[in-house]
Design a protein around this ligand. Sequence first.
Ligand code: ADP
Length: 265
Amino acid sequence: MNGDAAAPLAGPYYRPLGEECVLFEHAWRRNLPVLLKGPTGSGKSRMVEAMAARLGRPLVTVACHDETSAVDLVGRYMLQGDRTVWQDGPVTRAVREGAILYLDEIAEARPDVVVVLHPLTDHRRRLFVERRDEVVEAAPGFGLVVSFNPGYQRGLKELKPSTRQRFVAIRFDYPEPAIEAEIVHAETGVDAAVAKRLAQLAHKLRSVGELGLGEPPSTRLLVDAARLIDSGVPPRLACRAAIVEALTDDAELARGLADLVALVF
Ligand code: ADP
């Protein structure tokens, strides 16, 4: 690691929760692909944005979904007038530019995506563009980052062990209440006391396991609620709209959650 490791982040605000930024930087410098695993809204994308800015690399982000295929990522021939022209997809662009490539929710994508990524994850650092019969060597600075939400996939869409073992993995979790309050305050400018209560509320909701929530509330929901409150919406209403209704469609459960909100605000 060089001497500027402790320099303030030049890009978007990101509050490190542990050693993730240090690990990320070492992995990038050593050409090791990185897997970020953790629940939605826990700061994975924000950290990648902040690190790309700090390392001075362009960032190419792809939000993967179940229709995302290798062709979407690598590129395709397009008809332009009476000619066909090749258009690079985001992965090819990132490899040529030496960008940081972030494939969000990689397990959602079709299996052919992983096949394309494999030669990029090892010492070869190259991309085979089959349709053009071209091999693209990764430009210096290229880094591959993928994310995966283990809870959410619930075993339906897992990453194969042979794929996982190609990545250095960094675990993300929801922050401690004091740190989460700091994040909500810094991110939204909401009163520090309100940010503290929002963090307490999230902590309560996450620790009541028997509530039967599909997924616990993320920092993102707190940030949304804080923005509403900062804009003048009464806190209980803001929490209902940004947190409770985002977490459940079940009216009875929503009433229970609103009771918890009322205990805090
Ligand atoms: P993920 O990619 O894990 O789904 P994001 O990075 O999009 O989550 O985070 C959602 C929001 O939560 C961000 O836009 C930001 O407002 C906030 N956030 C979460 N964790 C942090 C953090 N450690 N530092 C700064 N903001 C954070």
